[in-house]
Design a protein around this ligand. Sequence first.
Ligand code: SIN
Length: 287
Amino acid sequence: MKANRIEVVAQSSRIGAEIRGVDLAAGVDPDLHASINQALLDHQVIFFRGQRLTPAQYCDFAANFGPLEDYMFADGMDGYPFITEIVKTETETESFGSFWHSDSTYLERPPKITFLYAREVPPRGGDTLFSDMYQAYTDLSPGLQATLAGLRAVNSAAVVPRDEDVYAEVKSKNSDKADQQASHPVVRIHDETGKPALYVNGIHTLRFDGMTRAESLPLLNYLYAQVPRPEYTYRLRWQADTLALWDNRCTQHYALNDYHGYRRVMHRIIVEGDAPRGTDRIEPGGK
Ligand code: SIN
């Protein structure tokens, strides 16, 4: 489908689209930005192949979507404080983001969009999986949707089920802030599309607000089990110079750590978001 000057090629029936016909290095005018943003709202994760951007051009492109945000647990690149370099070397076994999650949900205002620009990729593996949290919510029974509508959950920067060293590669500062917490609605209303999405994740969500973790876990674990369902997911196979962006308000993602012995270098940028909004009442079926 052609939307203005871009070609939007859906990658699955649910989520993911490749955007063709754009050289981001040439700059993005307001009309082009509106088309790209609409593609992101429609497909939740979008990517461009073969982009050759300087760090400054990469920041300029990302800034079309909102103010860039400092990632609190890592220093940025020299001269580019908003670009976090995520590196897994040939000798390392831990990787960043290898669990289903939405980014930084422990913040009062979690980043709305994350950008990832592939600089070096392994010959195979190192894909990123994405899952559609609108559909994960919509497919819940009306009874469970009604139960979730008024609930909030406490999210923590302390990585819940895994060891701290999962983050060793990039968690180079503020490790004393690992107890950072924020309470968010369990069902988030997307501020641009108005659609409800499931907004709990197995790595940052600790418990329902007002309940203990033991009381919360049976239902949380049921919800987490919905996230990786194949029919909600899309798997992005990176190439060097692929630039992807995803909407953290309605997706979760998972970086596959299946490429030991090879190097992978990604440049990551996050864009500021709003405080997640919920609702007391959502019409059954997620409308
Ligand atoms: C992330 O979780 O932000 C990184 C994902 C990846 O490296 O594929």
